[in-house]
Design a protein around this ligand. Structure first.
Ligand SMILES: O=C[C@H](O)COP(=O)(O)O
Length: 319
């Protein structure tokens, strides 16, 4: 949440290709900078438990599987309400901790809304023909409206990769703008599916177009591409959102997602955000981690911090 206690919606800008058309991202420089991040001491070791607790508050706890059921979603929501065992929470000196959101497919939204009632945890829904985004645009827009009607407060849309791959940036802008309208008051996260975009230059340009079209967050991946969230891609997107913020004063959030499974991943991405954007971007209104199976490892690491022992991984099996 922002300082005034609300989640401000982004307005975006007119389509402004001058802000990105001549940009070229140097891959080896991005890779070098990304490789240096995990070793940095930005987040001190002594404070790691606090940072891991912070990471939990930024997780979009996710299930996006073909065999999802109401029961699985209910169990996930119970975990979202109480992501850490009460004894660990108490040992860390925390009274309460919840995840950032629960992220599900559209038909699972009503189950999640019901299970999270009264918790203040928002339900996020993927939409727009997730993960490929290749259903006709009117159907993709209708899917957004359906999910919002069912109670989703956040919508994770996917972009049409073809428009990025062919440099049809105006068409990409128009499409995302329509999705933005369809979201109404719901927050929109734009998934770029960066593993499909071939170059970091495309990643930068697609990020800029999504933000101009009014995305509240830019998100790396669906979790279904061959390559999902990586640090060089994330660095490129974060630089784009920093440039966008410098030009417009708008604060867009960032969501890495896909293949992030460990407490170490959480720390690496928090270090990236802190180094590139400052502590303000390490809060759930501006940073989320999309993950179906990271929470268990964070819980294990926090248990080790508190008790000096690791318990078996299957004690923290869910999420
Ligand atoms: O949006 C979140 C991702 O789909 C989660 O991907 P994951 O299952 O690899 O954690």
């Amino acid at each position: 949440m922002s300082e005034n206690g609300t989640f401000p919606r982004m307005t975006g800008t007119e389509f402004t290709p001058e802000w990105f058309e001549n940009v070229s991202v140097n891959r080896s420089a991005a890779e070098r900078r990304a490789a240096s991040l995990p070793g940095r001491r930005t987040v001190k070791k002594d404070h790691q438990a606090a940072w891991l607790a912070r990471a939990i508050t930024c997780i979009d706890l996710t299930t996006l599987a073909g065999d999802d059921t109401a029961g699985r979603v209910q169990r996930l929501c119970a975990k979202a309400r109480q992501p850490l065992r009460p004894d660990l929470l108490a040992a860390l000196g925390l009274e309460m901790l919840t995840v950032g959101a629960v992220c599900v497919y559209p038909t699972m939204v009503p189950h999640a809304v019901k299970a999270l009632d009264g918790s203040g945890i928002p339900v996020a829904s993927v939409a727009t023909g997730f993960p490929a985004g290749l259903t006709p645009l009117p159907l993709r827009l209708a899917e957004i409206r359906y999910a919002v009607d069912q109670g989703a407060a956040e919508i994770d849309i996917v972009i049409t990769r073809e428009q990025a791959l062919t440099g049809n940036w105006a068409a990409l802008y128009d499409e995302i703008r329509q999705m933005r309208e369809a979201c109404g008051d719901a927050h929109m996260k734009a998934i770029l599916a960066t593993g499909d975009l071939k170059t970091l230059t495309n990643v930068y340009k697609a990020s800029m177009v999504a933000m101009q079209a009014g995305a509240d967050f830019i998100k790396t991946s669906t979790g279904k591409e061959e390559v999902n969230a990586t640090l060089p891609v994330s660095l490129t997107m974060v630089r784009a959102l920093r440039d966008f913020g410098d030009r417009t004063g708008q604060r867009v959030g960032f969501k890495p997602a896909g293949g992030l499974k460990t407490a170490k991943d959480a720390m690496n991405w928090l270090i990236l955000m802190k180094e590139e954007m400052g502590s303000r971007w390490c809060m759930p209104d501006l940073f989320r981690i999309g993950a179906s199976s990271m929470l268990g490892d964070i819980e294990r690491q926090l248990e080790h911090h508190v008790t000096g022992r690791y318990s078996a991984a299957n004690r923290h099996a869910l999420a």
